[in-house]
Design a protein around this ligand. Structure first.
Ligand code: B16
Ligand code: MG
Length: 215
């Protein structure tokens, strides 16, 4: 039986994925590195350092330059999220969180972002979940299962009693590696490895999810 749901943040509860993209694009432009929306697909849900590595490819940079670029991208990102609010919650997010609470299902945030707490507070949902795991919680980022396993542990449930909601291939991989149920939100090309694929949380109820997982 499923006892908890772990939500990814960027791209699942809010569309900060777009702001991550814009911040990387600005950095790439400044560095004269070719980058675009299509190239950004590979970065979705991927940690800050791993994202930068994918952007720079085989170009040579010192560790100090790498650190500086990660900080610069983060400054752009932090600037872009300054004005987000509960209006930036994706359709269906609050309704599902509320329904889960009613049903006695535990909830956690499992985000790879070091900015997750700030984003959750701006969205006004930091107090709506039972646990928050972010980019500071574990050493190994997604696609390693560590973050989600840690989240399940904090909720006091087993991996097989947990459902992970993810918009990124790296996150689905992490959920599956952890022995959890995976729900992919977005196109099949991106999240097709999940047990269930849905376009988004819009109009999705806990009853729907349980039915789909039992199919
Ligand atoms: P930061 P998620 C991930 O968050 C983002 O999807 C990814 O684009 C970002 O690089 C990563 O967090 C690290 O974020 O630079 O803010 O620490 O999708 O796991 O909620
Ligand atoms: Mg995500």
């Amino acid at each position: 039986d499923i006892r908890g749901v772990i939500f990814d943040l960027d791209g699942v509860l809010t569309d900060t994925a777009e702001y991550h993209y814009l911040a990387w694009q600005k950095l790439a432009d400044e560095e004269g590195i070719p980058f675009n929306r299509q190239a950004n697909e590979a970065l979705r849900g991927v940690s800050r350092r791993a994202s930068l590595m994918l952007i720079i490819g085989d170009r040579q940079y010192s560790e100090a330059q790498i650190q500086e670029m990660m900080e610069r991208k983060n400054r752009y990102y932090v600037e872009l999220i300054q004005n987000i609010s509960s209006k930036d919650l994706l359709p269906g997010a609050i309704a599902l969180l509320d329904e889960l609470k009613q049903a006695g299902i535990k909830t956690a945030i499992g985000s790879g972002s070091k900015n997750a707490r700030t984003v959750l507070e701006k969205l006004g949902i930091a107090d709506k979940v039972d646990a928050i795991l972010d980019g500071y919680s574990v050493q190994q980022p997604k696609p390693a299962p560590d973050l989600f396993l840690h989240a399940a542990k904090q909720l006091g449930i087993e991996p097989k009693q947990s459902v992970v909601m993810e918009d990124a291939a790296a996150g689905i991989e992490a959920a599956l590696a952890g022995g959890m149920w995976a729900i992919g939100l977005g196109p099949v090309e991106r999240v097709g490895a999940a047990h269930v694929v849905l376009p988004s949380l819009k109009g999705i109820t806990w009853t729907d999810i349980q039915a789909k997982l039992n199919e």
